[in-house]
Design a protein around this ligand. Structure first.
Ligand SMILES: [Zn+2]
Length: 487
């Protein structure tokens, strides 16, 4: 009885007008010759009634954010009849959906005339050699759910090439995005800038670089390869995505934005050897997000400290082990942690906990990033103390990745504590309460003493980590084991 009923239900669903037609979605994006305007023609299955431009950020000059740069939006059914569209503002549109619809619209490519909260490297900008854009401001997509895969093709100015993290559709200039997230949550580059494709950490990397960086490509590729291999080893396997795009251009903020299979990086300087610990760390942090952040995903935003801070801790420790940060640069990084908490609590006067600080991440980044990094160091030290040096944070991260590093899975605070107990036999909850659930700066003296360092702090800024004359052999050995550099 069970089976026939089931088949009947499936047949009913298949006959319903609302059933997905199992066709590829298509987006064709044409960029005009001076890259000031893009025209998009699309056909896409729309479940429900909502079309959306995601990740819209309203700003003073554009009250609907990126959606104010969309023009001439029209929707038709597949027979060509107009379909009524209601613009609800901030990139949300109401349409009569549950069918395949044709969209047509223009995008004014003027995003770089405005200041965006996360920086232009997370939205769109022009260079002498072309245009970087994230997918979000370009693609209006179904708001509820996007079924099936999407073929994306481009019409570009003469001599331009599209660099994307998507797989090829089998002909030049055409790609397949596997999901809505892959379509919109990625950086893309269109233009004449040179690109290099190579294997690193089990994935295919494509590096697009502004021309001032091209002569330094070997240094970039070497740093990327070294760090990617370390992350793959630490987490036990590659990230969920198997193909990445990195776009590097000059920009004074020096910031980067990480997406599901790509990141967009502004560098302040020319990528010189002397500044490698600086640009290298920014890039290594974004690369590490392919694991912690995009493959290992928190359920709640209160674990942002783990995504950003513990990720930064992994970045610093692996760079030190790979000799990309020398001892003095490493000590400066650690001093910055102590200085940062003092500034956040006593100069900025922040009173929220590290967990709550995510609510205003840009203002509170010293807490989210710095507080989270301190939590990473404290967990590492605690695990090593409890296991006589046999188990550290690497083991916890690897075990978390085994359990939660799969599409659709998310972890919570309690999972970190549970896995810490399983791998190291120690309860990490009391130290986490003290660091991430407290509204005061933790006393970092004992933590640094455990790695052989004496913290001296006075005034607003003066912060020194000195070799502690009373350090035990065990504490000194712990320092070397964590960072891979002589005590
Ligand atoms: Zn980050």
């Amino acid at each position: 009885m069970y089976k026939p009923l089931c088949i009947a239900a499936a047949m009913l669903a298949a006959q319903s007008a609302f059933a997905f037609d199992n066709q590829l979605n298509h987006y064709r994006l044409s960029i005009d010759k001076d890259a000031r305007r893009a025209h998009v023609e699309a056909d896409v299955w729309v479940e429900g009634r909502e079309l959306a431009l995601f990740n819209v950020m309203p700003i003073a000059q554009l009250k609907n954010g990126q959606a104010d740069l969309i023009e001439k939006l029209t929707v038709r059914d597949m027979a060509g009849n107009p379909v009524k569209l209601q613009d609800k503002g901030e990139g949300e549109y109401d349409v009569d959906g549950d069918r395949r619809l044709r969209l047509s619209y223009d995008v004014r490519l003027e995003h770089d005339k405005y200041q965006w909260p996360g920086g232009n490297e997370e939205v769109s900008y022009h260079t002498e050699e072309g245009l970087m854009s994230v997918g979000y401001p370009l693609f209006i997509v179904p708001g509820v759910k996007m079924h099936g895969q999407t073929e994306v093709s481009f019409d570009l100015p003469a001599g331009w090439k599209a660099s994307t993290p998507w797989r090829s559709a089998g002909r030049p200039g055409a790609f397949i995005a596997g999901s809505r997230r892959e379509l919109v949550n990625n950086a893309l580059f269109f233009g004449t800038a040179r690109a290099e494709t190579f294997q690193a950490g089990g994935v295919e990397m494509t590096l697009v670089m502004g021309k001032q960086y091209w002569k330094r490509r070997d240094a970039f590729m070497s740093m990327i390869g070294t760090q990617m291999n370390s992350y793959q080893k630490l987490y036990g396997r590659g990230p969920v995505a198997d193909r990445f795009l990195i776009v590097i251009n000059q920009g004074d903020s020096g910031d980067g934005g990480a997406f599901s299979g790509s990141f967009s990086q502004y560098l302040k300087d020319d990528g010189s050897e002397v500044a490698r610990p600086v640009w290298g760390k920014v890039m290594a942090h974004e690369l590490a997000h392919f694991w912690n952040g995009h493959s290992l995903v928190p359920k709640n935003e209160s674990e942002e400290w783990f995504k950003e801070g513990v990720n930064d801790y992994v970045t610093v420790t692996t760079m030190a082990r790979n000799k990309l940060l020398d001892r003095s640069m490493l000590i400066q990084q650690l001093e910055n942690l102590a200085r940062g908490q003092n500034v956040a609590r006593n100069v900025q006067g922040l009173t929220m906990t590290v967990q709550e600080a995510v609510k205003d991440k840009h203002r509170n980044w010293l807490l989210v990033y710095g507080g989270g990094t301190i939590a990473g160091l404290a967990m590492d030290v605690e695990l090593r103390k409890a296991s006589r040096g046999k188990v550290g944070l690497d083991h916890l991260l690897k075990a978390m990745y085994q359990q939660f590093g799969h599409p659709g899975k998310t972890y919570q605070h309690a999972d970190i504590v549970r896995i810490g107990k399983a791998v190291g036999g120690v309860d990490l909850e009391p130290l986490l309460q003290n660091i991430v659930a407290s509204s005061k700066a933790p006393d970092l003296g004992p933590l640094f003493r455990d790695i052989g360092l004496r913290l001296e702090q006075f005034g607003m800024l003066e912060t020194y980590l000195l070799r502690d004359p009373a350090a035990t052999a065990e504490q000194k050995a712990r320092f070397s084991a964590i960072f891979g550099v002589p005590y």
